[in-house]
Ligand binder design. Structure first.
Ligand code: NAP
Length: 283
């Protein structure tokens, strides 16, 4: 059976992909930098400790691999590295090693609309890698998911503090997706001919609806305030001018994608209300 190499296995999505590969009995090798963050059963999954930012550490690690899956990217990491160091260069290191080893296919997780938002540093780095992947000659699949449930936890945190702050009039729409549903789709991509998949979860919700769900989950009175667009832009301007790009980058991304509709073809079965109920106990 095909051997799969998974990079990013200690992240939110990567952990679900590692579990999905194990459940489906794919011989799997994961590349991690911190063994303590592995959740999957190590008895059935081969582990390599390596820094994907250092090509020398990847040398020879893909010789018997047929498919590479990468979810490597900066979300909240504070390693002092840039999006270009990680989202672009670390993935390029993986791609170069895959080419050397004769890997058949590379599956890469980018983000919904990253190809249209390349003025944002994170999206630009991701899309530069997408261009390299498309030009590599390897078979590939680029997955463009909507926001993950893990990020929707911010709504629950705002509700816990007693007030949710939303952009515009709160009527922007999105369909966030659970990591477990997305992992299933990523593993299905091993055998699909499709080159690009845009995907979101099964429910399209407005930000008002998500905030209300968060308040109801906690049994609290709904209280929402709205930030007009001029204020969002002013805050972004101050952040861009007075903070480092490493701080500003993630903020710019969230302030942008939360001030537009983000709706992708629906996939999966897991609902946000169930996720919020599970998360409530961990707050
Ligand atoms: N979260 C969302 O809502 C969302 C939506 C659409 C697309 N995406 C994209 O999907 C991908 C996966 O997201 P996620 O939420 O699963 O992210 P995550 O939990 O932060 O996981 C990212 C993975 O990348 C690895 N990584 C980051 N910086 C690294 C570095 N300097 N060296 C080595 N490894 C590094 C992390 O390793 P460690 O565990 O060791 O830090 C982790 O395994 C990202 O590219 C993200 O931008 C996310």
């Amino acid at each position: 059976m095909k051997k799969i190499l998974l990079a990013g296995a200690t992240g939110y999505l990567g952990r679900y992909i590692a579990a999905e590969l194990q459940d489906r009995n794919y011989p799997t090798r994961i590349v991690v930098r911190n063994k303590n963050k592995i959740l999957v059963n190590k008895e059935y999954t081969e582990t390599i400790v390596a820094e994907v930012t250092d090509p020398a550490q990847l040398s020879g690690k893909m010789n018997d691999v047929e498919v590479v899956i990468s979810t490597v990217g900066i979300t909240r990491q504070k390693d002092g590295l840039t999006y270009m160091d990680v989202d672009y260069q670390a993935n390029l290191n993986l791609l170069k090693e895959a080419e050397k080893a004769g890997v058949r296919k590379f599956i890469y997780v980018s983000a919904l609309n990253a190809d249209k938002l390349t003025h944002l540093k994170g999206c630009k780095a991701k899309e530069l890698f997408v261009q390299a992947l498309k030009g590599s000659g390897l078979d590939y699949c680029i997955i463009r998911p909507n926001g993950f449930f893990s990020d929707m936890a911010e709504f629950l945190k705002m509700a816990q503090k007693g007030k949710a702050e939303l952009f515009g009039d709160g009527e922007y729409k999105m369909n966030p997706i659970h990591g477990e549903d997305l992992a299933e789709l990523c593993v299905n991509a091993i055998d699909t001919e499709v080159k690009t998949i845009e995907v979101g979860g099964p429910e399209v919700l407005t930000h008002n609806e998500i905030a209300e769900l968060a308040f109801h989950t906690l049994g609290k009175k709904v209280k929402i305030s709205y930030m007009p667009d001029w204020m969002r832009k002013t805050i972004l301007w101050f952040a861009r001018t007075f903070t480092s790009s490493k701080k500003y980058g993630p903020m710019e991304f969230f302030f942008t994608v939360l001030s537009m509709d983000m709706v992708a073809p629906e996939y999966g079965t897991r609902t946000l209300s169930k996720y919020f109920k599970e998360l409530k106990d961990d707050l």
